[in-house]
Design a protein around this ligand. Structure first.
Ligand SMILES: O=c1ccn([C@@H]2O[C@H](COP(=O)(O)OP(=O)(O)O[C@H]3O[C@H](CO)[C@@H](O)[C@H](O)[C@H]3O)[C@@H](O)[C@H]2O)c(=O)[nH]1
Ligand SMILES: O=C(O)[C@H](O)COP(=O)(O)O
Length: 321
């Protein structure tokens, strides 16, 4: 680990308990800062309502910490929108935001669109598949942004058990993080090696920074935002806060393989952009072929990997973005 990272870890890693709620409320009031919470959601009817209800109850009704709570529906076919609205969120369908630009599938796409339908000075993203959700996930990561003007981007860190029908492996979660993202970051962006959960879906940032970053439309969005935020704002503007334990729905190996491929594509794209590797035409239309056992043997399925990136919101000038 670089000395610079060791130093950053000492100065820019906190726990949620370091900043009690009354301190956050006082800082928010003193600065006149507004806070939006955004949940990207694709078929999350089982969990989205519980998360929305907890944030509403604890951080909007009990205390005025969160000003706006928006669920952006990523094209769900279940009752996600209804469950989120019933629990008290404003629900926005991705197709209704910037309708002149047809939406593409993916998580990054809805995070990008969420910036166009929210107004908070701080924007806090929270995954909609979390179970046993603790509102300290929100208050913990917006804390440094409310209290320290030098901080611009904060990731949550937590324990990640891998929970299956047959039991729980305490530190078994975060498989793509450990096998793909962390090695890539350590090799190519060693300044980011101090992040405990670089892929975590729970992070908060100043709108002023988010609007200057491009958004990969798929699962590359977290790695892309982290790398680009480092480049734009510098390591000292980045921070992380320990919020406890994260329980969520785990995807199967094939889904994680597609996620891993799109994260690698985002990394390669950034390396090519900064001339650290040579861009090749192969990256223009990348695919991933995976195999499943069927009656006739192993059957290949090939999917296109997402290559679209949305431009920084601050650069939007008209409908032809
Ligand atoms: O097309 C999509 C896919 C996902 N989601 C939502 O995004 C969140 C996270 O998606 P999920 O499939 O649960 O991701 P994980 O398997 O948990 O992947 C981890 O790693 C990803 C890659 O960095 C991050 O995007 C995730 O936030 C992080 O939890 C959930 O609320 C999903 O409903 C969408 O809105 N649209
Ligand atoms: O963030 C990750 O590494 C992937 O989403 C996989 O997470 P899991 O191993 O906890 O399911």
């Amino acid at each position: 680990m670089l000395d610079e990272v060791a130093d950053w870890l000492r100065r820019r890693s906190w726990t949620a308990a370091d900043r009690p709620l009354p301190d956050l409320l006082a800082a928010k009031q003193a600065g006149g800062t507004t806070v939006s919470v955004v949940l990207p959601a694709l078929d999350e009817e089982a969990t989205v309502g519980g998360i929305v209800a907890a944030i509403r109850r604890e951080l909007m009704e009990a205390v005025p910490l969160v000003d706006e709570l928006v669920v952006v529906d990523s094209g769900s076919t279940d009752r996600t929108a209804q469950a989120a609205a019933d629990a008290g969120a404003t629900v926005v369908h991705r197709d209704s935001v910037l309708p002149e630009l047809p939406a593409v599938p993916g998580k990054g796409e809805v995070l990008w669109r969420s910036l166009l339908v929210t107004s908070g000075d701080l924007v806090c993203f929270i995954d909609a598949d979390l179970r046993e959700f603790d509102p300290a996930f929100v208050s913990g990561i917006i804390g440094p942004l409310l209290t320290d003007p030098d901080v611009a981007f904060v990731k949550a860190m937590y324990d990640r058990p891998l929970e299956t029908d047959t039991g729980s492996i305490p530190a078994g979660g975060g498989r793509v993080t450990e096998l793909v993202a962390r090695p890539l970051l350590n090799l190519y962006w060693p300044l980011l090696a101090g992040f405990v959960q670089p892929l975590g879906g729970e992070y908060a940032a100043r709108r002023s920074l988010l609007e200057r970053l491009p958004f990969p439309t798929g699962y590359g969005v977290e790695l892309g935002l982290l790398v680009d935020a480092l480049e734009l704002a510098g390591l000292d503007a980045l921070a992380q806060v320990d919020v406890g334990v994260r329980h969520h729905r785990h995807q199967d190996a094939l889904a994680l393989g597609r996620m891993a491929a799109s994260i690698q594509l985002t990394a390669l794209d950034r390396l090519a952009r900064s001339n650290r590797i040579k861009a090749t035409d192969d990256l223009a239309t990348p695919t991933l072929t995976q195999f499943t056992r069927t009656a006739s043997g192993f059957t290949p399925t090939t999917v296109d990997l997402p290559t679209t990136e949305r431009p920084p919101i601050a650069t939007l000038t008209g409908p032809d973005v």
